[in-house]
Design a protein around this ligand. Structure first.
Ligand SMILES: NC(=O)c1ccc[n+]([C@@H]2O[C@H](COP(=O)([O-])OP(=O)(O)OC[C@H]3O[C@@H](n4cnc5c(N)ncnc54)[C@H](O)[C@@H]3O)[C@@H](O)[C@H]2O)c1
Length: 316
């Protein structure tokens, strides 16, 4: 049985599939040639990330297809309901990248409290001529230890982020309209574990109590953080969005950064991807990454292996 991994797959995923007897094709087929390619090769499983579109017309035109797999979470590029209606299996790997996203949040937080985002912009320009000035400018750092981390959305990634917060000595508070409490287990290298139970509190309380706020919610109709929410926060708060563009009102965020209400923001996802607002990109208080939350070797390995296990269970 042939599996076409059209947006790439990790070597561990290829190995896992091949060991289960599948033939894996990693050629990148252009969107308009996909229908022909799948039919000519009688492809049974089509694996994609976010680039390849799997719409109704492709599903209708390719009767050999039995399974569509998304390496990662969001399935906006797949007509999921239609595919299922037509009897296809549609799978994804929702948990495989959570730990990687959580680590990126902490990269933004640790970078934020020591001004790395700004120092990295200014050291190449002025490091040689104005070292003492820069040293003074970035001397007011703080530690994360002992501060309060506010997690908005305590699902898979929110929980991984909360665990990192606990591990580095932070107090963690959380809001999630659908979850009352979560049991978290921190695991250490030598096999020891520590259990924590976190009861969620109201969004307003999280906004008021937190020194740092991180969002882990799905895309939704309204902003989760807008003008009203920024007003409730502590002055000098740090805010991170590695969830979805559009869950923070970027205009309100820029205002809050300008007024000093928000000390810094770490932004991995943007309202206008892939052409983010210049005002966000150019802001001196924003730590920037181009939607790379899940982009680690380890997450890609887990995605590949998780897809292979599910494919074996469904197609063999
Ligand atoms: N930056 C990246 O590269 C990257 C990678 C993977 C996932 N993500 C995104 O991270 C987000 C979280 O993913 P996940 O796997 O943890 O999802 P999840 O479904 O496990 O958790 C989301 C949680 O948000 C809660 N929620 C929904 N609306 C809310 C609201 N208005 N306020 C507070 N909580 C709310 C839900 O109850 C749920 O518990 C998603 O938007 C996902 O697309 C980003």
């Amino acid at each position: 049985m042939k599996i076409l991994a059209n947006d790439g797959i990790s070597q561990s995923g290829v190995d896992a599939l091949e060991s289960k007897g599948f033939e894996v094709i990693t050629t990148k087929v252009a969107q308009e040639q996909l229908e022909n390619y799948i039919n000519e090769n009688q492809v049974v499983g089509l694996l994609v990330r976010s680039a390849t579109q799997v719409r109704k017309d492709l599903i209708d035109a390719c009767p050999s297809l039995k399974l569509i797999g998304r390496g990662g979470v969001g399935m906006d590029n797949i007509d999921v309901a239609y595919a299922k209606e037509k009897g296809l299996h549609v799978i994804n790997t929702p948990a495989s990248s959570s730990a990687s996203v959580a680590e990126l949040v902490f990269a933004h937080l640790y970078g934020g409290v020591r001004y790395l985002y700004d120092a990295n912009r200014n050291m190449p320009l002025e490091g040689e001529t104005n070292f003492a000035k820069l040293k003074k400018a970035y001397a007011g750092g703080i530690e994360l230890r002992g501060k309060t981390l506010g997690v908005i959305g305590i699902g898979r990634i929110g929980q991984e982020t909360a665990k990192l917060g606990l591990a580095v000595g932070m107090k963690v508070v959380a809001y999630d309209p659908f979850i009352e409490n979560v049991a978290l287990q921190l695991s250490f290298f030598d096999g020891q574990t520590v259990d924590f139970n976190i009861e969620t509190i109201s969004k307003e309380e999280v906004l008021k109590q937190a020194d740092f706020i991180t969002l882990h919610v799905p895309a939704q109709k309204d902003y989760v953080l807008g003008k009203k929410e920024f007003e409730l926060m502590k002055t000098g708060v740090g805010v991170v969005n590695a969830a979805r563009g559009g869950v923070i009102d970027e205009v309100a965020l820029v205002d809050a950064l300008d007024s000093g209400k928000v000390a810094f923001a770490g932004i991995d996802v943007f309202e206008n991807e892939p052409t983010p607002a210049v005002k966000v990109l150019m802001h001196s208080k924003v730590s920037l990454t181009p939607h790379i939350g899940a982009a680690t070797g380890e997450a890609q390995d887990r995605i590949g292996v998780e897809l292979a296990d599910q494919i074996e269970a469904l197609l063999k």
